[in-house]
Design a protein around this ligand. Sequence first.
Ligand code: HH2
Length: 379
Amino acid sequence: MRPSAPGSALEFADLFGERACALEARAAPGTQAWRAPEEARLLFAALALEPAELAALEGAAPGALTPGPDPGWLVYSGPARALRALGGSHAGLSPLWAAWAAAARPRAEPRLMGIVNVTPDSFSDGGRHLAPEEAIAHGLKLIGEGADILDVGGESTRPGSEPVPTEIELERVLPVVRALAADGRALVSVDTRKAAVAEAALEAGATLVNDVSAGRDDERMLPLVAERGASIVLMHLCGTPRDMQERPHYTDVVREVAAHLRERAAAAWQAGIAPARIALDPGLGFGKRLEDNLALMRALPELRSLGLPLVLGASRKSFLGRLSGEERPEHRAHESSAAVALGAWLGADVQRVHDVGAARAALAVARGVSELAPDARSA
Ligand code: HH2
């Protein structure tokens, strides 16, 4: 099911329908757009809440919180109004109300973000679409294969990569963004860490900014996205692309990535970006060892408790090659399809992929199996 009509002005929030609406309700207490049942029963990851929020919940509904079936999970079984009241009064980082909303509402159809790299040096397809007409043709091909979003990037963020000057990035992405946005069948996103590039791309028709630094590299990024009413993907990145793979180390990678994403989501909200326009990404391959990438994929159901749509980018990445033995990134299509099916099963809302046709097929298989076992993926 694709929401797009040719020529329509697609909004990122359209892709997430009811969930987005519930998140808006949490952001603006008193304007709930839907009515929750009296009794809420909610299974959620403890990492979604700050200790103070857990304590507040226990105070508001004594005895309603019990340990979940697995370590790190909690069950809330109590009045929905306690959740609603706390969700409205706590301006804290963790979206209690959104966690309830995310768990209580049906999941939207997973979406595909096709990658259009207008770079000479991307890790798997550098130089293949550097000429604007080649990049545009590639983007149109990905739309034909079923891309919902096209992510246009003019700077590689592969390990060890050097930053690209603003003018060069602009020269690479603008004609491509303009042409693909004019086509109107897919949302256009710009993959950049620079507010100046994001600003020009939004002018040219992009509606989504994919910032691997989550607004940390350029302090103008979050205010710009808020002011333009655009949407943003906030990704976890440890260090910078230049140094991120030098010696990555985590004590508890899932908890640390979740805390970082929560903090960046709060910064985006504070800058004025509506929750319905924010998505989170654990940043596979960005300052992570093999075991970190695998732990984060397995933890997607827990990360869903953060209450915002999740983006996942496993496509062709080296950790897939470490598992299969395939050293050539452009030959990792099978591994990437397997990751898409698993990602869908585990709860990714958007998957960023090079091979959209293969990813569509993988999603169809995941959907078929999950429809036979509807409870299996709703943690
Ligand atoms: N991965 C890459 C680039 N941007 N953005 C998000 N949100 N998530 C990701 O996992 C992600 C991303 C790296 O892939 P690619 O664009 O193919 O390579 P390069 O950075 O070398 O151009």
